[in-house]
Write a protein that binds this ligand. Structure first.
Ligand code: CTP
Length: 319
């Protein structure tokens, strides 16, 4: 039983009380969707009770110093030391300080984007968020190019850049980082111990080659705060995905939020196969017990918010 109840409302926005399997038919992009400003503002206010994206988007320089010990969020028994490089790259002020945007795009990585022709529409938004350094150049027609913030889980270095085993892979990563050209690179460095070296390699590369990116490292409380918000609204997620984290943060500084590439299902609405990622051959693993995510449940919550006009999900072709 999944339901989304928006707290503090006189008429709670309860979505789905059925125990049926998840139905995920979304109206085509062209059909009528109207932004519900009142609901968006209410959601922003409620999320602000749990976290403040302006602050929680990154730990700031003033709050840590080299040598400080941090306990990983998901591996409390493991610790890391704040390195000199990490310290150098901590922002002095929030990269989102006093930022407000009319419309924002959050681009997930589902293969549903392929042949969507959504590139232009995505690039037309004032602020574009992408996930896990997903490639754009070769897919520009479908995913666009504009990138204002891109996330990078440390595991991406292993998955997409062969753990920088040789100069070729290091160069590939370096080129990708250079292409970010001043945008925010958001690195969850304090989540799990596995990413320690990978974060250090990236930090080193950025400093050594004077890469023009604005690094941000999410606060230690962000993940639990995001989870807390959704749990309070009866969305029982295990560990929020990057996509859901980005939506939750974006409510703070975006008036209207448009989601693309969110489709954690192997078939599209016409029963055609959909790749897990638009750019690689990773397989669907979200249903396995081992996966920390509950993507279909997240999707259900997002779909409900779409239906209420709090966000717009595009899962087909753009006009
Ligand atoms: N996503 C989706 N459907 C897919 C693939 C991804 O809805 N088939 C969304 C999810 O919200 C995901 C985001 O797009 O978080 C980015 O995709 P990906 O890089 O695959 O993220 P994850 O592997 O889930 O990374 P993480 O573990 O950081 O959440």
């Amino acid at each position: 039983r999944a339901e989304v109840v928006i707290n503090g409302s006189s008429s709670p926005a309860v979505v789905d009380r059925s125990n049926e399997s998840i139905k995920h038919d979304i109206q085509p992009a062209s059909s009528k969707w109207r932004h519900n400003q009142t609901l968006s503002l209410r959601i922003r206010k409620q999320i602000l009770k749990f976290l403040d994206a302006e602050k929680d988007i990154s730990v700031l320089k003033g709050t840590l110093k080299p040598g400080d010990i941090i306990h990983y969020i998901f591996d409390r028994d493991s610790t890391m030391n704040v390195s000199q490089n990490l310290y150098e790259l901590l922002p002095r002020t929030s990269p989102l300080k006093n930022k407000h945007f009319g419309t924002c795009a959050i681009v997930g990585n589902s293969g549903v984007l392929l042949n969507s022709g959504c590139g232009k529409e995505i690039d037309a938004h004032s602020f574009v968020i992408r996930c896990n350094l997903a490639p754009v150049q070769e897919y520009a027609r479908d995913v666009g190019l504009k990138t204002d913030l891109v996330t990078m889980n440390p595991s991406v270095i292993q998955r997409a850049f062969e753990d920088l085993v040789n100069a070729t892979w290091r160069e590939k990563l370096l080129q990708r980082l250079h292409s970010l050209n001043g945008s925010i690179l958001w690195i969850p460095a304090f989540m799990a111990r596995g990413g320690k070296e990978r974060v250090e390699w990236v930090n080193e590369l950025i400093l050594k080659h004077h890469v023009n990116v604005r690094t941000a490292y999410p606060s230690l409380r962000l993940l639990h705060a995001v989870r807390g918000y959704w749990l309070t609204n009866k969305v029982h997620i295990k560990r929020p995905t990057t996509g859901l984290l980005m939506y939750t943060l974006a409510t703070r500084f975006c008036n209207q939020i448009y989601l693309y590439g969110f489709w954690p299902f192997p078939l599209d609405q016409n029963q055609n196969p959909v790749k897990y990622h638009y750019y690689d051959s990773l397989k669907y693993g979200y249903t396995s017990q081992a996966s920390p995510h509950t993507m279909p449940l997240e999707f259900k919550a997002l779909k409900s918010l779409h239906e209420q006009g709090a966000l717009k999900l595009t899962v087909g072709q753009c006009d």
